[in-house]
Unconditional design. Structure first.
Length: 222
C-alpha cells in the first residue's frame, strides 16, 4: 500500500520537483499551499506523514505544526528556508519529528521520510503489544498495573518487573537483571535477585506468571 504524504508548501515549483522524485519510491503526494485548507484536509483524510514549510500565507508554519500535533499523532517533517535556530528549536518543542533547512537534496528528504516512518512504525508496534498484554507499564510514573490493578513495588522490584515486561516471553538471566536495572547494585548476588523476584510473585498473586528457568533466570509468561 502506498504511503500518503501531505505536503504543505507554497513554492509549487519545489513541490512539483519533490513530488516527482518521491513518487519513484511509491509515495502518494498531495500538495496544499493554503495552511487553513491543509488543516481542514487533515480532518477529513488520513495521511502517513506531513511535510511542512514554515513560511506560508496567512498562518505561520509553527502554528500549523502546533495545530496538527494538538489533534493528531502523525509524523511531521519541517522543510524550511528559515535559518533562525529559534525556529528549529520551536519546531521540535511543538512536536516536529525532523527539520530540513532548504535547500537540500531530495535524496536526503526521502531518507529522512524513511527514517521517521520506521520510528513511528516501531512505536505503534510497541504500543499494540502493550495494549495486548495484561501488564501496563508507565515508565514516566514508574508504575506497573496488572489487569487494571496498580501494584505497589519498591524501586528495585519495579525495575526488575519493568525489564521483564519489555522482554515478555523471553528468558532473562540474573546477570541481565543486575546489569539492566538501575536500582540494583552491580554487586548484588543471585540470591538477592531470587528474593526480590519472590516478592514480585507474591504481589502479583499469580505466581505462575514468572517462570523459573533452571540455571539461567526467569521468564515472564504472556
Amino acid at each position: 500500500m502506498k504511503k500518503k504524504i501531505l505536503m504543505i508548501e507554497d513554492d509549487l515549483e519545489l513541490a512539483e520537483i519533490l513530488t516527482e522524485y518521491l513518487e519513484q519510491f511509491d509515495y502518494e503526494i498531495e500538495t496544499e499551499d493554503d495552511p487553513f485548507k491543509a488543516l481542514s484536509i487533515l480532518k477529513l483524510k488520513e495521511y502517513h506523514l506531513v511535510i511542512l514549510d514554515l513560511t506560508l500565507p496567512g498562518m505561520d508554519g509553527l502554528e500549523v505544526c502546533e495545530a496538527i500535533r494538538e489533534r493528531q499523532d502523525i509524523p511531521i517533517i519541517i522543510s524550511s528556508a528559515r535559518s533562525d535556530v529559534n525556529d528549529k528549536v520551536s519546531a521540535f518543542d511543538l512536536g516536529a519529528d525532523d527539520y530540513m533547512p532548504k535547500p537540500y537534496d531530495p535524496r536526503e528528504l526521502e531518507a529522512r521520510i524513511t527514517s521517521v516512518l520506521r520510528r513511528y512504525a516501531a512505536k505503534s508496534k510497541e504500543k499494540l503489544e502493550q495494549e495486548a498484554s495484561d501488564f501496563k507499564l508507565d515508565e514516566a510514573a514508574m508504575q506497573i498495573s496488572y489487569k487494571g490493578r496498580v501494584l505497589d513495588f519498591t524501586n528495585a522490584e519495579y525495575g526488575i518487573l519493568a525489564f521483564m515486561i519489555k522482554k515478555e516471553g523471553m528468558v532473562v538471566s540474573r546477570a541481565d537483571i543486575i546489569h539492566n536495572v538501575n536500582a540494583i547494585n552491580e554487586d548484588s548476588s543471585n540470591k538477592s535477585i531470587d528474593v526480590m523476584v519472590g516478592r514480585i510473585r507474591n504481589k502479583l498473586e499469580d505466581k505462575s506468571l514468572i517462570e523459573s528457568v533452571r540455571g539461567i533466570g526467569y521468564k515472564l509468561i504472556k
